[in-house]
Design a protein around this ligand. Structure first.
Ligand SMILES: [Zn+2]
Length: 132
């Protein structure tokens, strides 16, 4: 298996910017390259699977976001039932438009505390199979 052009570029950025002290970043890149389009990247899973520190993984995720591989998305947790919304939002403005919990039906309160209940996800934008 080979890294396609996009991921080779990211690998060279990792080296140039000396983002990682460890050498496991190629495995991490293969993993991301193999993910289906639109799937979500779980930072916790990456930390566990690849034994990188959380700060290395966050660094990796922000590089992938900068390179257009990942897109930031949001979910909101209901204060009543403590479940995450099934809906995934593209922006905080969209989160504000979420009025009723899809799990328990309670009204969603928007106030100063709301940000505590917003979760950030990272979704793969595309596969870059043809190299860019
Ligand atoms: Zn609820």
């Amino acid at each position: 298996m080979k890294l396609n052009k996009k991921y080779q570029k990211i690998l060279s950025l990792i080296h140039e910017e000396a983002l990682f002290s460890k050498n496991g970043c190629i495995k991490l890149l293969y993993h991301t390259q193999n993910l289906e389009k639109s799937s979500f990247v779980c930072t916790y899973h990456l930390v566990k699977t690849f034994s990188f520190s959380s700060s290395d993984i966050l660094c990796f995720i922000s590089l992938l976001s900068r390179e257009g591989v990942l897109n930031k998305k949001y979910k909101i947790k209901c204060r009543k039932c403590q479940k995450w919304s099934k809906e995934v939002f593209n922006s905080i403005v969209e989160v504000e438009g979420y009025e009723k919990c899809g799990n328990c039906g309670k009204a969603v309160i928007m106030d100063m505390e709301s940000l505590k209940y917003v979760g950030i996800l990272f979704q793969k934008t595309r596969n870059f199979n043809y190299g860019i």
